[in-house]
Design a protein around this ligand. Structure first.
Ligand code: HEM
Length: 545
């Protein structure tokens, strides 16, 4: 079974290696620097948690809850304001350690544990519909927020199943059941309708405190549209078997993720923009590609996570083997070497591919220009580096889809200061752009590329023209010759603008038009506001002036 293979390749690395490659250290020279910075953010209580801190490695589970305002709440600012207060009041009480979860022990006895014991965070985001439906004053709207475009406008091949919603709540913790408990507890009967009717008299403290889950907190003014659960693999790999999250902007720096005075009005500084997209992948087809080809699609070695060309094939395999060695001296030495090499490849703005440094020459040669890493981050090939902070979680569900046993993929989540120049630019102009980064028509191919092309029955017009009849027959081209000739005239079939993992299948050097590696099912764009006056219960209130 394919999955079994991928899982079996994964046990190799201990958590200390993963922690480093997962997020990127705050200060390489000061081991405690990152922790201190994280504590500072936490104490400041300006930025919502669940974005760049805590690290996703310490919050292994996510539950995404998306919501729309109920039709009766449109234009009802007062009701929604109060509803938001109830919702965020719950998050504030959780944060203060006042909310507990019941856990049954081996003897069947119930004990109560604070939700804070599970490294829990609730992150609240708002889609453009929230502002439009409530007719919120433009001055208080996040400037860079707009509706996620339709699939065709982002260059995705299939219609989205999930479209923009008015709100999103991202629940993260180290226990899946904790997220689900906060979403829906159903163990504290209350009568929200009564409270809603009494709203004119102002919020009632005791009634608010009775609310212990999101479902109840929003029941009068919002409906849940969809819920998605995801997990991290403890080895830092994704379900395609590759290490993910190696190259990332430093998560605790303020310049790539959080909004500043250049972006927003004062009340919205220290917020961030979130993209959520559910991306399904076809693991069965992926497995059929074989490891070498998979590596070329991603641009990194499956064993070590290093960019192709960093080490020779043999050295790379040996390093991966040594990391798994039972001899602790060998494995320790190998792991610290790998850690050092991966660290060098952490910085997304480092120009590996255009560098004249001989150390990177092989990367330039062996890591295909159409691979996922080179297409998602061409490292200055278009004059700029677009930085997004990725915080994805994996999903794996059973499915009723005909011919498929599991549906799996990535809950792609990323944060940035500016979606249009971040996620959207990468998706539209890089990953899903057949003509990027190579010119439309390739005149020359390297010897290796030519070999691949020929192996897959792809020939240039002049190559076909030079073929003598016996060559045509030996390649089985007798009847297909004129079709091939026609095909060779199509400029799109001559480029190498394959879309890597991000988009539709390629027209480039592999003629595999039938295999779409990943399919986005859609999602939405959201603004994650800062915490006003250090009070979590006030989140969202800044939009009302
Ligand atoms: C199922 C879909 C996807 C999978 C399985 C996937 C997987 C990966 C893997 C394995 C890497 C290499 C390791 C690393 O540097 O983190 C990577 C890098 C990256 N991915 Fe994706 N990815 C997916 C979709 C996307 C999408 C939709 C975007 C953005 C629109 C994206 C943006 C990036 C970026 C910016 C990098 C870092 C490249 C670099 O700086 O070297 N990925 N991804």
């Amino acid at each position: 079974m394919h999955l079994a293979y991928i899982l079996s390749t994964s046990r190799a690395y201990s958590l200390d290696v993963i922690d480093t490659i997962g997020t990127g250290p705050y200060d390489a020279t000061d081991k405690n620097g990152r922790r201190r910075e994280e504590d500072r953010f936490w104490r400041e209580k300006k930025r919502q948690r669940g974005v760049s801190f805590p690290s996703a490695n310490k919050q292994e589970y996510v539950l995404i809850v998306r919501l729309n305002l109920k039709p009766n709440a449109r234009g009802e600012i007062k009701q929604v304001r109060h509803g938001l207060k109830r919702l965020c009041g719950l998050f504030g009480r959780i944060d203060a350690g006042e909310e507990k979860i019941n856990i049954k022990d081996d003897n069947g006895d119930l004990t109560s544990s604070k939700l804070t014991n599970f490294n829990f965070s609730a992150t609240l985001g708002f889609g453009i519909g929230f502002f439009e439906k409530l007719k919120i004053d433009r001055n208080f709207c996040p400037r860079g927020l707009y509706e996620m475009p339709l699939h065709a406008d982002l260059g995705d091949p299939e219609q989205y199943l999930f479209t923009q919603t008015d709100m999103i709540v991202q629940l993260c913790s180290k226990m899946d059941f904790v997220n689900r408990w906060v979403f829906k507890t159903d163990s504290y009967p209350i009568t929200p309708s009564e409270e809603w009717r009494n709203l004119a008299g102002g919020p009632k403290q005791n009634a608010e405190e009775k609310i212990h889950d999101i479902s109840t907190a929003v029941s009068e003014w919002a409906i849940v549209t969809d819920v998605h659960s995801g997990f991290q693999r403890l080895d830092g790999r994704n379900l395609m078997g590759f290490m993910d999250g190696i190259s990332q902007p430093e998560r605790l720096r303020n310049d790539d993720i959080w909004t500043t005075g250049n972006d927003e009005i004062g009340a919205l500084i220290d917020g961030t923009y979130m993209v959520f997209q559910k991306i399904e992948h076809d693991l069965e087809q992926w497995e059929k590609l074989g490891v070498r080809e998979q590596e070329r699609w991603v641009g990194r070695s499956k064993g070590t996570g290093l960019l192709l060309g960093t080490l020779s094939r043999e050295q790379d395999e040996k390093l991966a083997d040594d990391c798994r060695s039972n001899n602790s001296m060998v494995s320790q030495a190998a792991r610290s070497r790998l850690k050092k090499l991966l660290k060098e490849q952490e910085d997304p703005s480092k120009p590996f591919y255009s560098s004249s440094d001989p150390q990177y020459k092989n990367i330039q040669l062996e890591c295909p220009v159409w691979s996922h890493v080179r297409k998602s981050n061409p490292r200055g090939a278009d004059g700029e580096t677009r930085k997004i902070f990725r915080r994805g979680y994996l999903f794996m569900n059973d499915t009723t889809h005909p011919g498929k046993r599991v549906s799996s993929g990535l809950l792609f989540i990323c944060f940035q200061r500016d979606i249009q120049n971040g996620f959207e630019h990468i998706k539209k102009h890089y990953l899903n752009n057949k003509k990027f980064p190579v010119p439309e028509v390739r005149k020359n191919f390297s010897r290796e590329e030519l070999a691949y092309r020929h192996m897959h029955g792809r020939f240039k017009e002049d190559e076909l023209g030079r073929m003598v009849p016996y060559q045509r027959s030996s390649l089985g081209l007798d009847t297909a010759y004129s079709r091939k000739l026609q095909e060779a005239k199509d400029p799109d079939l001559q480029n190498t603008g394959k879309e890597g993992l991000g988009g539709p299948s390629q027209l480039g050097i592999y003629p595999r038009g039938d295999f779409v590696a990943t399919v986005s099912q859609g999602g939405g764009y959201y603004f994650i506001p800062p915490i006003p006056n250090r009070k979590i219960s006030e989140i969202g209130q800044q939009f009302f002036g």
